[in-house]
Design a protein around this ligand. Structure first.
Ligand code: ATP
Length: 244
């Protein structure tokens, strides 16, 4: 019997050594995320999670190893790599004086895409933003609503990669559950999702794989399996100290 080969990873870091100046943070990182896969990267403060995102964004260049975003090298061709991805930071920055729809239209135009009404409204609806919020200025939006606008933008851009930094921190349980549902929608569209988080339970809810980063090394990867997906108690016993 032959095993079907897995598709090439959309996000790939292979043997990456990287850091800031003479300070090495990532010591031979190997991390691969495939289309339609949600990967949660956990680790203590300072383990190198945000540095890993910076690597894929082309803000940090490896001194050894290889980084690819949908085939593009973000250090050599950052524009090419960034066209392939949407990045949602912990606190989403939007133009407060613009409405949700205007924000998406403007940011789409900046990304070089024609900002058309109907697809923007469809994307914001798919992201779970209430219809009566679409035409409101985002100044008064909650963190969860801002995140929905950012995810709406990612959906409208139809990018193959989504990077998320601490997406559930500060969200109430209902907003977290809604966020989990949204990531499921993106997975269904074949998007490769890499999220860095301290939220072990949230990661176990949504991720297909969880990786644990310790001092710039991926020390373990666990894949979801069966109805229970992850043995959360075992994960917590093992990593609760560093990941909680
Ligand atoms: P946290 O959970 O606290 O966000 P993290 O796992 O995301 O941590 P990083 O932000 O990647 O960790 O930081 C890893 C190390 O790199 C830390 O020691 C940090 O001080 C250092 N570092 C981060 N950014 C810079 C920078 N721009 N210049 C120099 N050192 C940096």
């Amino acid at each position: 019997m032959t095993t079907p080969s897995l598709p090439d990873p959309v996000l790939a870091a292979t043997g990456v050594i990287a850091g800031y100046g003479r300070k090495t943070i990532l010591h031979g990182l190997d991390l691969h995320v495939r289309a339609g896969e949600i990967y949660a990267l956990l680790g203590a403060n300072g383990a190198g999670k945000t540095t890993t995102l910076s690597l894929f964004l082309g803000f940090v260049a490896p001194t050894a190893g290889q980084v690819r975003v949908h085939g593009a090298d973000p250090a050599a061709h950052p524009e090419q790599a960034r066209r392939m991805l949407a990045y949602i930071p912990e606190n989403v920055a939007l133009y407060d004086h613009l409405t949700a729809r205007e924000n998406v239209a403007y940011l789409l135009a900046l990304a070089g895409q024609a900002p058309q009404h109907a697809p923007i409204d469809a994307a914001l609806a798919a992201a779970g933003l209430a219809a009566d919020a679409v035409d409101r200025r985002v100044a008064g939006f909650s963190k969860g609503m801002r995140q929905k606008v950012a995810i709406g933008l990612a959906l409208a851009r139809r990018v193959p990669v989504l990077l998320l930094d601490e997406p559930t921190s500060g969200l109430d349980p209902q907003a977290s559950a809604e966020f989990t549902r949204l990531l499921g929608v993106l997975r269904g569209q074949g998007v490769a999702v890499l999220m860095v988080t301290h939220d072990l339970l949230g990661a176990a809810d949504v991720a297909d794989r969880i990786g644990f980063l310790d001092a710039g090394r991926l020390v373990e990867e666990v894949a979801a399996s069966g109805a229970d997906r992850f043995d959360v108690r075992a994960l917590h016993r093992r990593y609760g100290g560093q990941a909680a």
